[in-house]
Design a protein around this ligand. Structure first.
Ligand code: SER
Length: 315
């Protein structure tokens, strides 16, 4: 039986991963933790929750010992655009948190999941069907922390045998907790604004193509990579995973099928546009498909239908 600690449980991924883990492994076997306590009532009430700082080793160790934790999901991160506003803090949180959790995993013999991102690629990376193993020279602090994190997770596995695993996520679209400070966030906000105002002002230009994934697939990827048969893994960390690929213009056209009066305008933010332009148009995720059977379920069409259904009830 797994005993899991999710750090960063109040964030965009954590708030949907925690309920999924609890329904799979049992509510008391999944401990949620975050600095932020203003979160999803389900997470607070349905199972154990601790207010924890990812840099506070002693408090984390106390929880790990008390709950006999054997698996950690490390979801703490400042996203790409926020990172450019606060690069030093981004390094401190993203790398400091990871180093701390890897050391704890080594000492306490825990497996650890850490997400990487399309942000780990940069302008010199091949743009289309970006391979699993390729040039990674990102020019954002977020990307720098992601590449360093990928390497460090591999190092902890090779050097100390820590069962560190992870995926490289594309932009993630969700309807429980909104993302903050990311470059792909537009693809979440567009659904809220379409339903509320029938219009959306986009900070990326109309033909900016990026890989994306709907949250149910992202949650499944995180669980499945940790469940994968280690004998079949050639890579362990930072598996490219993707589900769909679209531009702001294309997502707007899909939304228009349900909300005919919907209009999109473009007010390009040069910082976020430069970040998006430095990332791949699309990733090749065949390594994940071959090594642990990764398979997405949602495409732009089915995600849009589901997002609008769910948000219509929520708003
Ligand atoms: N969604 C993230 C961002 O936009 C990328 O991993 O920063």
């Amino acid at each position: 039986m797994k005993n899991i600690l999710v750090i960063g449980a109040a964030g965009q991924i954590g708030s949907e991963l925690v309920p999924a883990l609890r329904s799979k492994y049992g509510k008391n076997n999944v401990v949620a933790a975050d600095l932020n306590t203003e979160i999803n009532a389900d997470i607070l009430q349905i199972g154990p929750f601790y207010k924890l700082n990812v840099l506070d080793t002693n408090s984390i160790l106390k929880v790990i010992k008390e709950h006999q934790i054997d698996t950690i999901y490390n979801l703490v991160a400042l996203l790409s655009a926020r990172g450019e506003a606060e690069p030093q803090l981004s390094w401190q949180i993203n790398m400091g948190g990871l180093v701390n959790l890897l050391e704890i995993s080594r000492e306490q013999n825990c497996a650890i999941f850490t997400p990487s991102s399309i942000g780990a690629f940069g302008p010199s990376t091949p743009k289309d069907k970006t391979p699993q193993d390729t040039i990674q020279r990102p020019n954002t602090i977020y990307g720098v922390t992601k590449v360093a994190g990928e390497l460090l997770c591999d190092y902890y596995y090779k050097r100390f045998g820590v069962d560190a695993r992870g995926v490289r996520y594309p932009g993630i679209i969700s309807n429980v907790t909104a993302p903050g400070g990311g470059t792909t966030d537009y693809a979440v906000h567009i659904y809220y604004e379409a339903l509320k105002y029938e219009k959306f002002s986009c900070f990326l230009s109309e033909n900016t193509s990026l890989d994306m994934m709907y949250m149910p697939d992202a949650v499944r990827a995180a669980i499945e990579v940790m469940e994968a048969d280690p004998a079949k893994l050639i890579h362990r960390n930072c598996f490219n995973v993707t589900a769909m690929n679209f531009t702001p213009k294309e997502i707007a056209l899909e939304i228009k099928k349900y909300i005919p009066n919907f209009t999109i305008a473009y007010d390009v933010d040069p910082i976020r546009q430069a970040i998006a332009d430095s990332w791949p148009n699309s990733m090749d995720d065949s390594a994940a498909r071959e090594q642990w059977g990764w398979k997405h379920e949602y495409d732009l069409k089915s995600m849009t239908k589901d997002m609008l259904d769910v948000l219509q009830n929520k708003l």
